[in-house]
Design a protein around this ligand. Sequence first.
Ligand SMILES: [Zn+2]
Length: 184
Amino acid sequence: MSAQPHTVLRWVVRRTRLPLLSLRCVACRSESATAGEGRFRVNANGKLLDVWLLVRCLSCDRTTNLTVHERAPVRSFDPGELDGYYANDPELVASRLLDPLLAHRNRFTLDWTGAWRLDTPRAWPEDAWPVQVEVVFADPVPVRPERLIAQGLGLSRNEVLRRIKCGIPLRRPTSTGFTFTVLS
Ligand SMILES: [Zn+2]
């Protein structure tokens, strides 16, 4: 009898839009902001550049500049990166917004509610237990494995705890790929 799973499936977690920011507004004290479509502001001062990412309070529309680069030498920038800031390149917006360093420096957290989805293969193998599922993160969305698995398999959380073997803690949010085994 083989202990190897019969079937390996792949699930992919990906973002569907930019997450909101939990960021206290200095004007109205609301705690929800959006990067909208994503805009940078670049200010040149001699050979130094400041780059900000602009976000807007969802309650009062006040704009806040999040520091991306502060007084950084122009020559320290990759030309493509610099073009991206001037052109508000959406990929660059996402990569900067999702960079934990930006969040730490500007004291906000990301609110991923409704901003991601789980892609699973349509067909579930019949009579092919156990099944191993490999979860891949296309974007760093923090999810609780327990919740993700319950959603992906249509199981209750109790069933997940009973039927899943997983090498990482099920209750701690992660955005690092992992695998789990579903027992029949
Ligand atoms: Zn506000």
